[in-house]
Design a protein around this ligand. Structure first.
Ligand code: SAM
Length: 278
């Protein structure tokens, strides 16, 4: 029997993943094989005829089996890129999304004129937003809170992994926000409506923490908490779900925030709402 080569394993893995519901089976197979062999994706194609060692084959089979069970690719790989950082990702917290990079863009713009802004990230999960701000605005003094002890333990690992300074605090956003005054409150709160949970892909619905997806009233609680704890001229930037931006912007205005603005994500969905106290 001829040995399994990179080429044949790529083909078989792609077929298996396609049959098990992956929307990007070839790409998934390439990334999993890269992880199992330590080769870059481009290197796989330069060594298509190379046989896999028994250990590489065993690892690939296990990774492909996990992905075939609809575990998110990011959890199977164990790490994922966010802005300039590579973060550890696993079931303890939500996988950082591309649209949240746009939230970070707006957050950085809102504190760009300040040398040492005091920043609060509400519902930090992996720590993605807090760490990206600490990375890209080195003067920022960043505090990050989450009600999930598991998420905070993952955020701590990512803080150690990146070497970026963030103060992590266990905190329930429904009790208000930690006393400021904050120059910026930034948050990607749980914003999926409870009744929409069943419409999500199995990767999200069955693998990501429910507490990261849905918590009725979280968006409003963050806005109200921010209005009470922001410094004069302090800013708020929030990620919201499809159809929620206009209502959230109106709430900011009702609470006296000015320069209220909505930014769409790359799919054209109104995604980030911001404003600041006068
Ligand atoms: C949508 S996830 C965002 C994670 C991360 N900031 C990101 O953007 O990838 C929402 C986060 O809010 C946290 N959370 C849910 N309910 C909370 C509450 N009552 N108080 C504080 N954090 C909460 C969840 O644990 C989760 O980490």
């Amino acid at each position: 029997m001829s040995p399994e080569t990179i080429s044949s394993v790529l083909r078989l893995s792609t077929e298996y993943l396609a049959a098990h519901g992956s929307e990007s089976p070839r790409l998934d197979a390439e990334r999993l094989l890269s992880k199992a062999t330590g080769l870059e994706r481009i290197e796989l194609y330069m060594e298509l005829d190379r046989p896999l060692t028994p250990a590489e084959l065993g690892t690939t089979r296990e990774l492909v089996r996990r992905r075939g069970a609809r575990e998110p690719l990011q959890y199977v790989l164990g790490e994922w890129g966010f802005r300039r950082l590579t973060l550890t990702v696993d079931r303890r917290a939500l996988i950082p999304r591309p649209e949240t990079e746009i939230l970070v863009d707006r957050a950085l713009a809102l504190v760009s004129g300040r040398e040492r802004p005091r920043v609060l990230d509400v519902g930090t999960g992996t720590g993605a937003i807090a760490l990206a701000i600490a990375d890209e605005h080195p003067g920022a003094e960043v505090t990050a809170v989450d009600a999930s002890a598991e998420a905070l333990s993952l955020a701590r690992e990512n803080m150690e992994r990146t070497g970026l300074p963030v103060t992590l605090v266990p905190w329930d956003l429904f009790q208000g926000l930690p006393a400021g005054p904050w120059d910026l409150v930034v948050s990607n709160p749980p914003y999926v409506d409870e009744e929409d949970l069943l419409t999500l892909e199995p990767e999200v619905r069955e693998w990501e923490p429910k507490v990261a997806l849905t918590a009725t009233g979280a968006v409003e609680a963050v806005v109200r908490g921010a209005a009470e704890t922001l410094a004069a001229e302090g800013a708020l930037a929030l990620e919201v779900g499809e159809g929620q931006a206009r209502g959230t912007a109106e709430l900011l205005e009702q609470l006296g925030l000015v320069d209220v603005r909505i930014t769409p994500d790359l799919a054209g969905i109104d995604r980030v709402v911001e404003g600041r106290l006068p």
